[in-house]
Design a protein around this ligand. Structure first.
Ligand code: UDX
Length: 456
């Protein structure tokens, strides 16, 4: 929304949230206190805030005055009841729709921005059409699907130069008009041929499909990484060799400890759930395997650490470099680091973590969430968590460690004085590069026992 405000100064954009602390943080004079860390974001907010970009807690006022309302609430995976662990929890979407129905007095375009299972628009429509503001002056609603394809860490760049913008809507005259209205907004900075217009169901399902295909590429190369380690092949060389085939292309072929982030796992599980719902078990199993392979990759990484450290990590100091799910973000959702830490903590390791952007509170919250799903460990979790030590200084974090595990590809890790780090570690000094960003040959010469993904 900040980018829309930046690119369209004549359009007033108001962002509302029920959480006053969050809105206060967005209004903070010090732009380093914005709630989300994203390169380039503070510059965009600095330009538009107070001009035509506003942050407020007056949800009802904004609904009443808005012509277009973007619903951008979260849709986490359900943790209870039918579809537990797979289906998207649409509770917040429903609450938004009900609030709009209760408050709106004029016609509006409602845009689904959150990633949603296909056919959610129908539910929103039903709620809006049966709202309290019925009667003679009942407002009319058009529902559009406009999924977001930005990736975190490169969000502003992705928004300024999107490969495409997707807008789905009803194919009725009113629906087509609403699609045009939203198209005109993006056309302020996106070439029209990159703005794709579809029916609403195609748009909803395209987002899940795009994420499933991207995640599938990572799971595919990660499956080959396991085979490389057995055969002497090098997964980075393979990625390069196949990526130069223009039909395959070079992107999303970086082997890793596993993908994380708020989208991939959630969206694929959602897709799997939809397929089961529509009685397509073979299709569901096909996509579910992408997730299973990702879980396997995380377990394989933890197991390799334990195996290498002579089958026990109990009482050993293992340092994690990175906790975020990728570089240039403070987001940790579904980060591989959480799962690897959890496995090693269960094996009684002492985990020391350094991440340039993630707080200790967040790390504990992430682990707590996992622990809550495992009754046996939820009972002893406080004891386990006392073995998680968070550092602000990476060198202190690695001092006297038995092993280092690199979990996030932060650029600064490549610039460290690895000789000094090696000198201060216990020997043999192990280094597990879960992102394949370090120079193995150079670091082996320094003295490290180094293991990368997909290299033997
Ligand atoms: C993703 C999609 O890219 C984006 O289009 C969608 O809107 C939201 O989900 P995001 O989760 O922000 O974006 O990050 P992305 O760059 O896609 O990375 C996802 C995960 O895959 C990260 O953990 C990343 O480190 C990992 N990854 C990515 C790999 O392990 N190897 C790769 O080659 C690429």
């Amino acid at each position: 929304m900040a980018v829309i405000a930046e690119k369209c100064p004549q359009i007033e954009v108001t962002i509302v949230d029920v959480n006053p602390q969050r809105i206060a943080a967005w209004n903070d004079e010090n732009l380093d206190n914005l709630p989300i860390y994203e390169p380039g974001l503070k510059e965009v907010v600095a330009e538009a805030r107070g001009r035509n970009l506003f942050f407020s807690t007056d949800v009802e006022g904004a609904i009443r005055s808005g012509d277009i309302i973007f619903i951008s609430v979260n849709t986490p995976t359900k943790t209870y009841g039918v579809g537990k662990g797979m289906a998207a929890d649409l509770k917040y979407i429903e609450l938004c729709a009900r609030q709009i129905a209760a408050v709106a007095t004029t016609n509006k375009i409602i845009v689904e921005k959150s990633t949603l299972p296909v056919r959610t628009a129908q539910a929103i429509k039903t709620i809006l059409e049966n709202g309290e503001s019925s009667g003679i002056n009942k407002p009319q609603f058009q529902i559009l699907s406009n999924p977001e394809f930005l990736a975190e860490g490169t969000a502003i760049q992705d928004l300024h130069h999107p490969d495409r913008v997707l807008i789905g809507g009803d194919q009725s005259p009113e629906g087509l008009k609403a699609i045009e209205t939203l198209t005109d907004i993006y056309a302020h900075w996106v070439p029209r041929e990159r703005i794709l217009q579809t029916n609403i169901w195609s748009s909803e399902l395209s987002k899940l499909t795009a994420n499933a295909f991207l995640a599938q590429r990572i799971s595919s190369i990660n499956s080959i990484s396991a085979l490389c380690e057995k055969t002497g092949a090098d997964v980075d060389e393979i990625a390069k060799a196949i990526g130069t085939d223009s039909r395959i292309g070079p992107k999303f072929l970086k082997a890793s400890v596993g993908f994380g982030g708020s989208c991939f796992q959630k969206d694929i599980l959602n897709l799997v759930y939809l397929c089961r719902h529509f009685n397509l078990p073979e299709v569901a199993d096909y996509w579910e395997q992408v997730i299973k392979l990702n879980d396997y990759q995380k377990q394989r990484f933890s197991k390799q650490i334990i195996d290498s450290l002579f089958n026990t990590v109990s009482g050993k100091k293992i340092t994690f470099l990175g906790w975020a799910f990728k570089k240039d973000t403070n987001d940790t959702r579904e980060s591989a680091a959480i799962y690897v830490a959890w496995q090693l903590l269960q094996d009684k390791a002492e985990i020391h973590v350094y991440d340039p952007k993630v707080s200790k509170e967040q790390m504990l919250k992430d682990l707590d969430y996992l622990a809550e799903q495992n009754l046996e460990f939820s009972l002893i979790k406080d004891q386990l968590f006392s073995n998680l030590i968070v550092h602000n200084d990476p060198y202190a974090a690695m001092h006297s460690a038995h092993a280092i595990a690199l979990l996030t590809e932060w650029d600064e890790f490549k610039t460290y004085d690895w000789q000094a780090i090696y000198n201060n570690m216990l020997k043999p000094a192990f280094l597990f590069d879960g992102r394949n960003i370090l120079d193995i040959v150079k670091l082996s010469k320094v003295g490290f026992e180094i293991k990368s993904i997909g290299k033997s």
